[in-house]
Design a protein around this ligand. Structure first.
Ligand code: PHE
Length: 463
């Protein structure tokens, strides 16, 4: 039975859905921390340049591959070049690895959101609360199931009636919530026990003013690598998602313009997350407080910041976790959709069946990830020096190893094997302008693969 491929109704639907995928936990818990640590404005500047060149090239390549082939990643690469089918397999394994642990973290957000919603936000600041929760026998599994079920419901609705509709509602809401907290955060001020007055504005300065005084060649290279790693993860490239979303794009949509809009969206939200988090953490916890990122920032430090705000803290915490939940769901929806589209294309399954199969697999692995903090607890050291449990190992393999491999291979395939014209022709097929064409060619052929190579080497702990 040949059913018509779903598609987004227009450019806005595509842009918001893709931006929904791009804007996720990475924007909120890693970008602000990296920016504050890596020289404030200097990091922002490097990030922006990379977004406009490196990020743009990877993103436009993937979306164009999707729209040209009208296939999911599993089969799209093979359609571009027969001998490159294998790349499609690796690219489709990545979302399968990410979905389980992303859902587990999504479940943690669900838990915190409900804690704040019921007025018990301050309880989350008790010593050992977070550790106790994630190592509980049942709770993390239950919250993961809730998160996964919401994700599945959206995907079941299909591309236009599920994902697009959901993104059109959630993304504007997300911007409003983040703006409310950002303005509130800048307006804060607090005098600590030693009598030091710390204001939100001072915190904002740490985020935006370039710290050129303390810059060395080594620190600049670090900033460059950090910015690139973050950008790469943030744009959701190299895991088949953007190929999938590109395959649902209408042929008359201006591809280059849409990609520009996604970049602006993702970068603006990352910056706003910085404005929201850095001043508040600085005001209530000082510079030391700014050393946490990831789960430590979101589930341990920030609740303490909310608690220091007095009564209003519970309301702000509630808005914050609602916002994070929105950001996380639109991302997990894109991950699940990438898997579902592979199953639908390759095995000619219906959407319902595919969603169910992908959901059950994610559930099984999700339970294993939860047990990684309980019965299956162990700790190993990764090649990059980080201590890791099951969740971190899956994150490391997918993000730090497989994703750079897929991105480098995509650059080689497009830049050297089938040549960049294949993408340029797709982007300009309705006579649209391809604004950064020359930059694109140089980036895909030379600069991106080299930079990505360094990223991979760094992840392997060699450098
Ligand atoms: N791009 C998302 C972020 O910045 C994360 C993400 C990872 C989304 C994997 C989809 C898939 O947080």
């Amino acid at each position: 039975m040949k059913t018509k491929r779903n598609s987004f109704t227009g450019s806005l639907g595509f842009v918001l859905a893709a931006a929904g995928s791009a804007v996720g936990l990475g924007n909120i818990w890693r970008f602000p921390y990296l920016a504050a640590r890596d020289g404030g404005g200097m990091f922002l500047f490097v990030y922006l340049i990379l977004a406009l060149t490196f990020g743009f090239s990877l993103l436009i390549s993937e979306v164009a591959i999707g729209r040209k082939t009208k296939q999911s990643p599993l089969t799209a690469y093979g359609k571009i070049h027969k001998k490159w089918k294998g790349l499609g397999i690796i690219a489709s394994i990545i979302p399968m690895m990410i979905l389980p642990y992303y859902s587990v973290i999504g479940g943690w957000v669900v838990k915190y959101f409900f804690a704040y919603l019921s007025g018990n936000g301050s309880k989350t600041t008790h010593d050992g609360y977070f550790g106790g929760f994630i190592s509980d026998n049942y709770l993390p599994i239950i919250t993961m199931v809730i998160f996964l079920a919401i994700t599945m419901l959206v995907v079941l609705g299909g591309v236009d009636k599920g994902i697009e509709k959901f993104s059109k509602f959630i993304m504007p809401a997300l911007i409003v919530l983040i703006l409310i907290i950002a303005v509130f955060s800048i307006s804060l001020s607090h005098t600590d026990k030693a009598g030091e007055v710390r204001t939100g504005l001072k915190g904002l300065k740490i985020l935006v003013i370039p710290d050129v005084k303390n810059m060395t060649v080594q620190s600049f290279l670090n900033t460059l690598m950090d910015a690139m790693g973050q950008l790469f993860y943030s744009l959701s490239v190299a895991m088949g998602i953007m190929i999938t979303y590109g395959s649902y794009m209408k042929d008359d949509t201006d591809l280059s313009k849409s990609i520009g809009q996604i970049e602006i969206f993702d970068t603006a939200i990352a910056f706003l997350a910085g404005v929201m988090i850095i001043p508040a953490v600085y005001v209530f916890m000082g510079k030391e407080g700014m050393e946490a990122s990831g789960p430590g920032l979101m589930f341990v430090s920030l609740p303490k910041v909310f608690a220091s705000m007095g009564k209003l803290g519970n309301v702000i915490g509630c808005i914050f976790f609602a916002m994070v939940l929105f950001a996380a769901i639109t991302s997990s929806v894109s991950i699940l959709e990438a898997i579902v589209s592979c199953l639908m294309d390759k095995f000619k399954l219906e959407r319902k069946k595919s969603t169910f199969i992908a959901g059950v697999i994610a559930l099984i692995f999700g339970v294993i990830v939860c047990l990684g903090y309980n019965k299956l607890y162990f700790e190993i050291k990764l090649p990059n020096g980080a201590k890791a449990q099951i969740l971190d190992i899956m994150d490391y393999i997918s993000n730090n190893l497989l994703m750079p491999v897929v991105a480098i291979s995509t650059c080689v395939l497009i830049g050297w094997v089938v040549k960049t014209d294949i993408i340029i022709d797709e982007v300009t097929k309705n006579n649209e302008k391809f604004g950064r064409k020359k930059i694109y060619i140089v980036m895909v052929k030379f600069i991106s693969p080299i930079l990505l190579g360094f990223l991979l080497i760094r992840a392997l702990g060699v450098m």
